[in-house]
Design a binder for this molecule. Structure first.
Ligand code: ADP
Ligand code: ZN
Length: 755
C-alpha cells in the first residue's frame, strides 16, 4: 500500500501563520482520512496536541516525503467529516473574510459536532465536544414463537413494530417496558439499535395546512419567480413589498413548489425573536420535516437538529445568520427575509455577510435566492434596479388595507411645556384611547436600561466605563451602573461625582425608565417590556410574543426587536420614541437604518381589519428621512440615498473595508495602523490598475474597549481577487515586522464606517 500524506490546517493559528502543514497518515488510519476530516496532530516543537482540518490527501512521493514528517494522532469518524460542499464554504470564508481555516470550520459546523483533545491511557485522542445523544430503537427481526405462549405485552410490541421501527420512548408510551423488549431481543424477535435522539421541538404546533389563495399582486410576484425556481441555474431576486403586503404568503407558495420539485428550502430571518412566528407558519403548512438552527438552542438541540438536516430528514430549515451553513443537500430555494438587517453580518471572525454566502450557495446548488424586504439595503435595490437581481414588487397591503396614518410629535414643544417625561402627553392620550378601545400598541425605544448617562452637575464629568470609552448605563432592577460593552458593573449606585464630589444627575431614557413612566401614566395598562435584558431566558421571545398575541398585554415596549416582522391583528397604534440620536449617528448607513427602522415599526400597525396609526416623537419633525419613512416612500428614499452614496463614494459604488487595530498601548497601536497603511500603499503603487483610496489612521468611535486601544484605517476599493491578494501580502509583511504583537489587525468588508 502506498503511503499517504495529509495537508492540514490547525486550530489556534493566527491569520499570518495559517498555513498548510504536512502529516503522514499512519497505516491504521489510511482510507479513513479525507479532505474535510477533523484530525488531531502533534504541533510545534513541543508536539502539543492541536485539532486540525484536512485540506488535501496525497500519495507520498519522493518530493513530498521527508523523514521528519510527523504522523496524525487521531481522526474523527467518517460521518463527522465536512462534506465537499461545506469545505467549499470554508474555502469561501477563508478567501473572503481573511479568517483562519479553523475559524471557518467552527463557523460552518455547530459546537456539538466539533471535537476536542483528551487523554486516554496517557495518549492524546479526540473526543466529541458533546457526547452523542442517542436513544434505543427496536426493529422486528423475526416471528414470535407460539410456545411458550407470548404475553399480551409481547404481542402488543410485535404488533406495533410491524409498522416500522420505534424508539424505546415510543414503545414505553404504549405500555411496553424495557424487560419485555429485552426478552424479545433474547428470543431474536427484535433487534436493538441506537439512533440519534429525535427531538420534535415543535410538537405543540398542529399540522393544519390552510389553502392559500394569493391576491392578484402576490400571484404576479409568484409567477415572476417560479421560472427561476424551476430552472436548473442559479438566480437571485429581490422581493420588494410594503409592510403587510404578504411576502410570507409568496414564500409559502415558493416553498411548496420547491418541495414538489424534490428540493429543499432554507429560510433565514434576522433575529431569534422572529423564528417562532416563521416556524409556526411553516410547520402548520408543511408538517414536521422542518429543522431550526439558531443560537438560542442549547448545544444538544442544535446538534440534533443539525444531524437531522445532515441525514436528509429535513426539507425546510429556518434560522438566523449561521443557518446559512445548514448542511442541506439539493437546495432549491434560499430566502433572506428582512434582508436589510445588519444581523446578517457577522461581527466576529469570520466576518462574513450571509448575503454573500447565500449567493455562493445558490451558485453551487443552482438555487433561487430571494432577498425580501419593505426597505431593502441600498446596495440590494441598486443591484435589482440594474438587472443583477430580478426585481419583484408588491405595492399594496393585503386586502387593500391602508398603511397607517403617521403624525409627528414635536418634542421641542413638549420640553417647552415642561414635560420631563420621554412619553409625551399626546402619546399618553393615544395609548389611553387604545386601551379604552381594547386595542393594542407597540412602542419602540432603541435603548435599553433605565437612564442613559450620569453626569456631574458641578464639573460636568460623565461617568464612563473604566475599560471602555463609553458612558455607563443605569439599570434600575440591579441598582447598578453597567457597561453595555464589557459588562463592567458599579454597585452601589454613586451619588456624588468621583472627580469633585459634586451632585450627579442622571438623564436620558431607556426602556426600563419608559416602562416606569407608563405605569404612572396608564396604571391600568399591562405593559410588556422586550429588550436584551428581559429576553435572556430560554424561549423568552417566544413566550412573550405568544402572550402579547393572546392580548395578555396592552402595550409592547421594546428595542428594535419589536420593530420587525411581527404580525398582530389588534395592534393599531405604533409609537416611536428617542429616534433622533440614531438620525445623527455616525456611519454612512445611518439614514438607511433610521428609514428602515421607522418604516418597519410603523408597518406593525393596522395589519388586519382595524386601521392603524403611528406617532413619531422627534425634535426634528421636518427631517427628510423621517418624512419619507412616514410616507413609507421607499423609492423616493432610495433616489436620495443612492445620490449620496455616489457623491460620497460609498457602496455600492465601491467596496468599503475597515482595517481595525487593537492593542494595549495607544501609541504603538496608532503606529502599527500607520505602518499597515504604508505597507498597503507601497504595494498598491506597484499595481496602479487596482483602484484604492486609503483614509486614516484614526481612533475608532469607541477608542477604548475592554481596556484596549482601537484605531482604524478606511479603505475604499474594489473587492476582487486582485485586491484581496494585495491585502493578504500586506498582512504578511505586517506579520514579518512583528507588528501583530503591538496591535492585532482585523479586516471587515461589512462595516458601516467603524468596528
Ligand atoms: P409582510 O411580510 O409582507 O409584512 P405578511 O406576509 O405578514 O406581510 O402578511 C400580512 C398579513 O396579511 C398577515 O396577517 C397575513 O396572514 C395576511 N395575508 C397576506 N396575504 C394573504 C393571503 N393571500 N391570504 C390570506 N391572508 C393573507
Ligand atoms: Zn466597558
Amino acid at each position: 500500500m502506498t503511503r499517504q500524506i495529509a495537508q492540514v490546517a490547525v486550530d489556534n493559528a493566527t491569520i499570518h501563520f495559517d498555513k498548510c502543514y504536512s502529516y503522514r497518515i499512519p497505516p491504521p488510519m489510511q482510507g479513513r482520512v479525507w479532505p474535510g476530516s477533523l484530525v488531531l496532530v502533534p504541533f510545534g516543537r513541543g508536539d502539543k496536541p492541536r485539532m486540525a482540518v484536512v485540506l488535501a490527501v496525497q500519495e507520498e512521493t519522493q518530493e513530498n516525503a521527508s523523514p521528519r514528517l510527523k504522523s496524525l494522532w487521531d481522526a474523527a469518524p467518517e460521518q463527522a467529516r465536512l462534506t465537499p460542499d461545506l469545505m467549499e464554504l470554508v474555502r469561501f470564508l477563508k478567501e473572503r473574510t481573511f479568517c483562519t481555516w479553523f475559524e471557518a470550520v467552527r463557523a460552518v459546523i455547530p459546537y456539538g459536532a466539533q471535537y476536542r483533545c483528551t487523554l486516554e491511557n496517557g495518549r492524546p485522542v479526540m473526543q466529541n465536544c458533546l457526547n452523542r445523544t442517542t436513544e434505543r430503537v427496536y426493529t422486528l427481526a423475526g416471528e414470535l414463537p407460539a410456545k411458550p405462549k407470548p404475553g399480551p405485552r409481547q404481542l402488543a410490541a410485535v404488533e406495533a413494530l410491524r409498522q416500522g421501527p420505534l424508539t424505546a420512548r415510543q414503545l414505553e408510551e404504549r405500555g411496553i417496558s424495557k424487560p419485555t423488549l429485552d426478552t424479545l431481543c433474547r428470543k431474536g424477535v427484535l433487534q436493538e439499535g441506537r439512533q440519534d435522539r429525535m427531538l420534535d421541538l415543535f410538537a405543540s404546533i398542529p399540522f393544519d395546512p390552510q389553502p392559500i389563495t394569493l391576491a392578484g399582486e402576490q400571484q404576479h410576484a409568484l409567477e415572476a419567480l417560479l421560472p427561476d425556481l424551476e430552472d436548473d441555474r442559479p438566480h437571485a431576486a429581490l422581493l420588494h413589498g410594503v409592510t403587510g403586503s404578504g411576502k410570507t404568503m409568496v414564500f409559502l407558495k415558493l416553498i411548496e413548489r420547491t418541495l414538489e420539485l424534490g428540493r429543499k428550502a432554507l429560510v433565514l430571518v434576522p433575529e431569534i425573536s422572529l423564528t417562532p412566528q416563521m416556524i409556526h407558519r411553516l410547520k402548520s403548512t408543511f408538517g414536521s420535516r422542518l429543522a431550526v438552527q439558531h443560537s438560542a438552542l442549547n448545544n444538544t438541540e442544535r446538534l440534533l437538529q443539525w444531524r437531522m438536516i445532515q441525514q436528509g430528514n429535513a426539507d425546510i430549515v429556518v434560522g438566523t445568520r449561521s443557518a446559512i451553513f445548514a448542511p442541506l443537500q439539493n437546495l432549491g430555494l434560499i430566502i433572506l427575509d428582512e434582508e436589510q438587517e445588519h444581523t446578517y453580518q457577522s461581527e466576529s471572525a469570520p466576518r462574513y455577510d450571509a448575503h454573500d454566502v447565500a449567493k455562493k450557495r445558490a451558485a453551487i446548488e443552482n438555487a433561487l435566492l430571494v432577498f425580501a424586504s419593505a426597505t431593502p439595503r441600498t446596495e440590494t435595490y441598486h443591484a435589482a434596479a440594474n438587472g443583477k437581481y430580478k426585481l419583484v414588487t408588491l405595492k399594496q397591503r393585503y386586502g387593500e388595507r391602508p398603511l397607517p396614518k403617521v403624525d409627528f410629535i414635536d418634542m421641542r414643544a413638549e420640553l417647552a411645556a415642561g414635560n420631563p417625561r420621554e412619553v409625551s402627553a399626546r402619546m399618553a392620550q393615544e395609548l389611553q384611547k387604545n386601551l379604552d378601545n381594547g386595542e393594542q400598541s407597540i412602542l419602540l425605544l432603541n435603548r435599553r436600561g433605565y437612564h442613559t448617562v450620569g453626569m456631574c452637575t458641578v464639573c460636568g464629568h460623565v461617568l464612563n466605563c473604566p475599560n471602555c470609552s463609553v458612558p455607563l448605563v443605569y439599570h434600575k432592577p440591579q441598582q447598578a451602573l453597567m457597561c453595555h460593552h464589557c459588562g463592567h458593573t458599579v454597585q452601589p449606585l454613586p451619588q456624588t461625582c468621583p472627580e469633585c464630589g459634586g451632585k450627579l444627575r442622571y438623564s436620558g431614557f431607556g426602556t426600563q425608565r419608559v416602562e416606569e413612566e407608563l405605569a404612572e401614566l396608564l396604571p391600568q395598562a399591562r405593559v410588556l417590556r422586550m429588550d436584551q435584558d428581559s429576553t435572556g431566558q430560554k424561549n423568552a421571545h417566544e413566550k412573550m410574543l405568544a402572550e402579547f398575541g393572546r392580548h395578555d398585554y396592552d402595550i409592547l415596549l421594546g428595542t428594535q426587536m419589536v420593530a420587525k416582522g411581527l404580525d398582530f391583528e389588534k395592534v393599531t397604534l405604533v409609537g416611536v420614541l428617542g429616534i433622533d440620536s440614531l438620525l445623527f449617528g455616525q456611519g454612512f448607513r445611518a439614514y438607511e437604518n433610521v428609514f428602515s427602522l421607522v418604516t418597519q415599526v410603523i408597518g406593525r400597525g393596522g395589519r388586519a381589519e382595524l386601521p392603524g396609526r403611528a406617532l413619531i416623537q422627534t425634535t426634528v419633525p421636518g427631517h427628510p428621512v423621517l418624512q419619507l419613512a412616514a410616507a413609507q416612500d421607499y423609492e423616493a428614499f432610495y433616489r436620495e440615498e443612492i445620490a449620496f452614496r455616489k457623491f460620497g463614494l460609498y457602496p455600492p459604488f465601491c467596496a468599503f473595508c475597515v482595517a481595525g487595530f487593537v492593542g494595549a498601548q495607544e501609541g504603538a497601536v496608532a503606529l502599527a495602523a500607520h505602518r499597515f497603511g504604508t505597507l498597503l500603499a507601497e504595494r498598491a503603487a506597484r499595481r496602479p490598475h487596482i483602484p484604492m483610496r486609503l483614509l486614516g489612521p484614526a481612533p475608532m468611535n469607541i477608542s477604548m474597549l475592554n481596556g484596549k486601544y482601537r484605531y482604524k484605517l478606511t479603505i475604499k476599493c474594489r473587492n476582487d481577487a486582485a485586491f484581496r491578494a494585495l491585502l493578504r501580502e500586506t498582512l504578511e509583511a505586517y506579520a514579518q515586522e512583528k507588528l501583530p504583537q503591538k496591535a492585532s489587525v482585523v479586516l471587515d468588508f461589512n462595516s458601516d464606517g467603524d468596528l
